[in-house]
Design a binder for this molecule. Structure first.
Ligand code: SAH
Length: 243
């Protein structure tokens, strides 16, 4: 039941020779392939400049196992530790675009707070950090929570906070959230997450079992939510408890 915070990822010291520094560093080659990935996202219909810029900025190759680094900018989900996956770039961009902050087009930076359920390797959290003011991300597998911390540390992102715990319970101590993104598919949406949305806030989640689709929910009042069924998708299952 307990949820433990590990504070700002940037606060942890990064030392030479750590696992993170032995991975390939972001370079010109990865910038070019990332640009091609972003062009493909545009062809698929992702339009918001800040979302596209966030996808261009985050070095996805640092979040996949070394054996898959050469495929990091293919628009496909890839395996990560513990039988889980790093989400497909298009799906990451699409979900963020659907819940992006209302003030994203204003000159001042939006103050919005987002909660991600299912940190996995930490990739989507890094992308979210370029779009939202504050990112909270929760993972139920301790080993992956640690992997995400190690992956994010060298990027020194100040506005991500990682938590270990059951994301189906949300993070009541920091709720409400302007946006919630669920990165694993449940048979239904946990009521705790719906309750932790601000009025006017939006949640996007894959729902289903063998057949899954994205469900977009907007909280329209203290006890009112409107939902819309969108694209067919394929996600790992949302599971209760921790491991
Ligand atoms: N966000 C990741 C995708 C991770 S895959 C990315 O950037 O690519 C989905 C993750 O959700 C898995 O790591 C899985 O362990 C986690 N998960 C499943 N059920 C969960 C729950 N109840 N609480 C928190 N994490 C959960």
């Amino acid at each position: 039941m307990s949820t433990r915070f590990f504070g700002r990822t940037a606060a942890a010291k990064s030392t030479a020779g750590s696992a993170a520094t032995s991975k390939p560093q972001p370079g010109m080659a990865s910038e070019r392939t990332r640009q091609r990935m972003v062009e493909r996202l545009q062809q698929l219909g992702v339009t918001h400049p800040i979302v596209l810029q966030a996808m261009r900025a985050v070095p996805r190759h640092l979040f996949v196992d070394e054996g898959f680094a050469s495929r990091a900018y293919e628009d496909t989900a890839l395996p990560i530790a513990q039988g889980q996956t790093i989400s497909q770039p298009y799906v990451v961009a699409r979900m963020i675009e659907l819940v992006k902050p209302a003030g994203i087009d204003a000159a001042r930076a939006p103050a919005d707070k987002v909660l991600e359920i299912g940190t996995g390797c930490g990739y989507q959290a890094a992308v979210l950090s370029k779009v939202f003011a504050e990112v909270y991300s929760i993972e139920r597998i301790r080993g992956l929570h640690e992997v995400a911390r190690n992956n994010l540390r060298p990027l020194r992102i100040p506005n991500i906070r990682l938590a270990f715990g059951d994301g189906m319970l949300g993070l009541p101590q920091v709720a409400p959230f302007d946006a919630i993104i669920v990165a694993a598919a449940g048979l239904e949406l946990p009521q705790a997450l719906l309750d932790q949305l601000c009025v006017g806030g939006r949640l996007i989640a894959p729902v289903g079992d063998a057949e899954q689709y994205l469900l977009l929910v907007e909280r329209t009042g203290p006890a009112q939510w409107q939902q819309k069924r969108l694209d067919a998708v394929r996600f790992v299952p949302l599971l209760a408890g921790t491991s």
